[in-house]
Design a protein around this ligand. Structure first.
Ligand SMILES: Nc1ncnc2c1ncn2[C@@H]1O[C@H](COP(=O)(O)OP(=O)(O)OP(=O)(O)O)[C@@H](O)[C@H]1O
Length: 223
C-alpha cells in the first residue's frame, strides 16, 4: 500500500501542495488531475523520490520514504513527461541498454515480449523512425524492465493517437489488475481518466474537473 500523509510542498514561500493525504491499494489506478501549474508533476516527483516534501510523510509497502529510499527506488517506475530514449539506437538496443542499468536481469526474449505486450513491434527499427506514440510505448516499456510495483506516469499519452492511447490504457489496466501494481497517472484527458482510473486525486478545487468526474461516478479526492 502507498500512504501519503499530510504532505505539503513549498517552493520558497509559495505553497504548491497543501496537506495532501490519500492511500492507494495494490491493483488500483489513480488519476491525478488539476489545471496547469496545480502541482501534479511536483507530487509525482515527490512520489518518485526525486524531490522531498516540505512537510508530511510517505510510506510504501510499510517502508518510510524518509528512511528506506534505496528499497523504495527499486520498486518504482517513473515515466516523466519528456521522452528519454536513444534516437539513433534501435528499439532492441534501447531495451538492452536500459536493462543493463536496471536492478533486474531480463533476457532479450523477455525484453522483446515486454514491447510486444504493448503492441510495439518495430524491434529492429531505429527509434528516430518511430512515431511519437511508439516512442511513448518504448519509454513506458523501459520503465517496466525492473518490474516496478509502483508506476508513476506523467502524461504518458499526450499527443498520441486514439489507437495507441487505447492500447496503452488496456496494458496499464492489465498491469494493475493481473500484477497488483499501483499506477498513478496524470492526464488532461478526462475521458481517459474516467475510463482508466478507479479513483481520482484532484489538486485545486476546479469545478469543471470536479463536476465532470463526479457525474461520471468516480470517487474524487480534492485538495
Ligand atoms: N523547481 C521549481 N522551483 C520553483 N517553482 C517551481 C519548480 N517546479 C515547479 N514550480 C512551480 O510549481 C507549480 C506547479 O508545477 P507543476 O509542474 O508541478 O504543475 P503541473 O500541475 O504538473 O502543471 P502542468 O499541467 O502544466 O504539467 C508551478 O507554478 C511551477 O511554476
Amino acid at each position: 500500500m502507498l500512504n501519503v500523509s499530510s504532505l505539503s510542498k513549498l517552493y520558497g514561500k509559495k505553497t504548491i501542495l497543501k496537506d495532501i493525504s490519500f492511500s492507494v491499494q495494490p491493483g488500483e489506478i489513480i488519476g491525478l488531475v488539476g489545471e496547469n501549474g496545480a502541482g501534479k508533476s511536483t507530487l509525482l516527483h515527490i512520489l518518485a523520490t526525486l524531490q522531498n516534501p516540505t512537510k508530511g510523510s510517505i510510506s510504501f509497502e510499510e517502508k518510510m520514504y524518509s528512511k528506506d529510499k534505496k528499497y523504495i527506488r527499486k520498486r518504482i517506475g517513473f515515466v516523466p513527461q519528456d521522452i528519454a530514449i536513444w534516437e539513433e539506437f534501435t528499439v532492441e538496443e534501447n531495451m538492452v541498454f536500459f536493462e543493463k542499468l536496471s536492478w533486474n536481469r531480463q533476457t532479450k526474449e523477455q525484453l522483446h515480449q515486454l514491447c510486444l505486450d504493448m503492441n510495439l513491434k518495430k524491434w529492429k527499427e531505429p527509434v528516430k523512425t518511430l512515431s511519437g506514440g511508439m516512442k511513448r510505448k518504448l519509454n513506458l516499456a523501459i520503465s517496466l524492465i525492473h518490474n516496478p510495483q509502483l508506476l508513476l506516469l506523467d502524461e504518458p499519452t499526450v499527443g498520441i493517437d486514439l489507437k495507441s492511447r487505447k492500447e496503452i490504457g488496456l496494458y496499464l489496466k492489465e498491469q494493475a489488475a493481473r500484477k497488483d501494481k499501483i499506477i498513478i497517472y496524470t492526464s488532461h484527458d478526462m475521458d481517459e481518466i474516467i475510463n482508466l482510473c478507479n479513483r481520482v486525486v484532484c489538486i485545486g478545487e476546479d469545478p469543471f474537473y470536479n463536476e465532470l468526474l463526479i457525474s461520471s461516478g468516480k470517487e474524487v479526492i480534492t485538495f
